[in-house]
Design a binder for this molecule. Sequence first.
Ligand SMILES: [Fe+2]
Length: 315
Amino acid sequence: MKERNSAGFSEKARPYGLAADYYRLHARKQVLKRILYAGAAVCPENAALSVSHYEIAAEKIPPAFDGFRIIQLSDLHGRLFGKDGQRLLAKIKAQRPDMIAVTGDFADEKTENFAPLLHFAASLRAICPVCFVSGNHEQKLPPLLRRSFLNGLREQGVGILDNTSVHLERNGQTVDLRGVRVPLRYYRWRGKGNRRIAFSEKKMERLAGFCGPSYTVLLAHNPLFFEAYAAWGADLTLCGHVHGGLFRLPGLGGLLSPERKFFPRYSAGIYRIGDRVMEVSRGLGKYPRLNNLPEIVSLTLRSAPGHPTPRKDVL
Ligand SMILES: [Fe+2]
């Protein structure tokens, strides 16, 4: 007689059991996804467009950059507001930005036509310099498609900061602007206890190079590795990815991360480790939202002595 396990299957049948577990899990994920998309379609908050203002003050910011304004756009997932993104463009122009930072998931696997996004990128570039760093969804695009999308952005004059940097210069003073493309494997949970692969300061150095002595602004799609970014030397890190946690609960923050983890550590707003500051955008895409309006982030640098004093004022 064949030996049977606790589930009542013979040991030989176990591989089929594993496959069944996998398909059951996959089916559950698909159901959850459909519920989320259906929720996004009817969610009235998606029609709104808010601007969050922060002042980032630090002694290390050169005086020439006092008042320098960065507009951050994140996680559009192929969405544009109004025809050719006119509604979004009008809000951005009104902020009079010196630079626009797009922190990933501008497109995703469901984007069928990149032309509207590239046209929108050209309109952004007409306002001021634009920099971009890839999110997990750009990394999931088929390689040829991804290359053609990034080349398209380059042709529109957008600076691609995937593991590279540029120096911003004003009156002979500089601020270092870096981007890190966190590889896809660091977005996944795996192993016993659902742990992540460690992402360290050393890994940051391997990906983005050494951090110099200038005030450094880092664009990094995933906020989960703030400790590594801060230890590496980023003074100000701009992130997205978590979509505000979808439902924002008073006193508790965002409910759910894209990895389906409840109450993610970083979901929206300003976080600090000593003098290092990280800002996490709630994103602009169409997701189920509660108390979590789509958000343009406006950051004004202040060359001020003393401790950094981020200030938030949501319109
Ligand atoms: Fe993302």
